[in-house]
Design a protein around this ligand. Structure first.
Ligand code: AMP
Ligand code: GLY
Length: 424
């Protein structure tokens, strides 16, 4: 199989690493990739948002499968573009079309979908500039803390959680009337606050059948003890200790199965990954959000635990035969620790040389924000490297990852020292 993988983060390095082990891989291209993907495939300068450019590359390089990492091109319709182009009829694209990607692209769409299919989620209301006074009234009926969500994609920054009613009303106005998040906040979802512990669950589906991937827990805040600003994710573990078989069964029966059936019933053909952001409230699962892609840094622990050939699954999505494929997980634990640039998630420094990558053994160092020139690797993003280890249990995996992180250096490097500690 000749594969083009779109994206440049740790998620894509983890996917590329897994693809590179496949017995059916012929050639792997990553666009644009990073210094890590460059070691296992060919990085190509392509913008995933320029569909014509992607098409040209796909045809010139006889690509069989395009796998889309991030949500942007999916929400913008790359799957629809491939679907409607006759020249691309022989190429399979793994990722939902524009309508299906609304599960992530519009919080209001996702909430309505969950309501139609009785999928447990927080109570909510959706408001626009025209209905802002109804929004204020709705806030009056809610209890603190208040959760406000920009309807559209806002680079992970569109969710505000506020303690005070006055402040919540002020922010609602700023989102709706002053376009705080641009077009993304022309509609705002106001939600009941759910108090619990979060986890991430994943499936891959061809629109008919689906396969579950291992679940994971992500650490979103910059500071230890889950404090400070939200980030893309500072580390992850898999499996998740509190996700026992009873709880996972509830997720299957109340969330995953109704979602897949609901999509099918509504004639929404979903091909690709679905990420269920779930919160455990007194042992009951609720959906916090859907994403139309894999998680990052969850991918850095999920794919190392996948024993099956990922391209066999990708082929299954392309040929609508996913139900016939096998998915086997590694029973061991995986942990990843993210090293980030000084200043992240606010303005951060870049272009720092990374030292010590060759001194690490028994840990996979996935690159998230790096570039390279010959053997010299330099930082190019906020999240720089994710050190993933496997172990017979979580403490063993964590210990190995922290040992590896201790050997890697770049100016201003920061990482959380408490990944996994809350669930041990
Ligand atoms: P989202 O972009 O929807 O995942 O929201 C970002 C983060 O805000 C989530 O990962 C949660 O930690 C938090 N969050 C979102 N919605 C709620 C809610 N209804 N109750 C409590 N926390 C929430
Ligand atoms: N780690 C959370 C996300 O990928 O959205």
């Amino acid at each position: 199989m000749r594969v083009l993988l779109l994206g440049s983060g740790g998620r894509e390095h983890a996917m590329a690493w897994k693809m590179s082990q496949s017995s059916i891989l012929e050639e792997l291209f990553i666009a644009p990739g990073n210094a890590g993907t460059k070691q296992i495939g060919k990085n190509v300068e392509l913008s995933a948002d320029n569909f014509e450019e992607v098409k040209k590359f796909v045809l010139n390089n006889r690509i069989d499968s395009v796998v889309v990492g991030p949500e942007g091109p999916l929400v913008n319709g790359i799957a629809d573009f491939f679907e409607s182009d006759n020249d691309l009829s022989g190429v399979s694209l793994v990722g939902p079309n524009k309508e299906a990607a609304q599960l992530e692209g519009s919080k209001d769409f996702a909430k309505k979908f969950m309501k139609r299919h009785n999928i447990p989620t927080a109570k909510y209301g959706t408001f626009t500039k025209e209905t802002i006074s109804k929004g204020y009234d709705f806030l009056d009926t809610m209890k603190s803390p208040y959760v406000l969500k920009a309807d559209g994609l806002a680079a992970g920054k569109g969710v505000l959680i506020l303690d005070n009613l006055k402040e919540a009303k002020k922010e609602l106005k700023s989102m709706l009337s002053d376009a705080k998040f641009g077009d993304a906040s022309s509609r705002v979802v106001i939600e009941e606050f759910l108090d619990g512990v979060e986890l991430s669950c994943f499936i891959i589906t061809d629109g008919d059948g689906y396969k579950k991937l291992p679940e994971a827990k992500d650490y979103k805040r910059i500071g230890e003890g889950d404090t400070g600003l939200n980030t893309g994710g500072m580390g992850a573990i898999s499996p998740v200790p509190f996700a026992n078989p009873t709880f996972l069964d509830k997720i299957d029966n109340q969330i995953i199965i109704p979602t897949v059936k609901g999509l099918r019933k509504e004639g929404i053909k979903y091909k690709g990954f679905i990420f269920f952001g779930i919160i455990n409230v007194r042992n009951e699962p609720y959906v916090i959000e859907y994403n139309c892609r894999m998680g990052d840094p969850e991918s850095e622990v999920v794919f190392p635990r996948l024993k099956s050939d990922i391209l066999d699954l990708i082929e299954g999505v392309g040929t609508n035969t996913l139900s016939e494929r096998d998915v086997v997980f590694d029973e061991r634990s995986a942990a990843t620790v993210m090293m980030v640039s000084e200043g992240y998630p606010a303005a951060y420094s870049k272009g720092k040389q990374v030292y010590g990558l060759n001194t690490v053994a028994d840990t996979i160092v996935f690159h998230a924000g790096t570039t390279s020139d010959g053997p010299v690797v330099t930082t190019s993003g906020g999240r720089v490297l994710a050190a993933t280890s496997m172990g017979k249990d979580l403490p063993t995996a964590l210990k190995k990852s922290y040992e590896a992180v201790g050997k890697i250096e770049f100016d201003g490097a920061y990482y959380r020292k408490d990944i996994g500690q809350d669930v041990l």
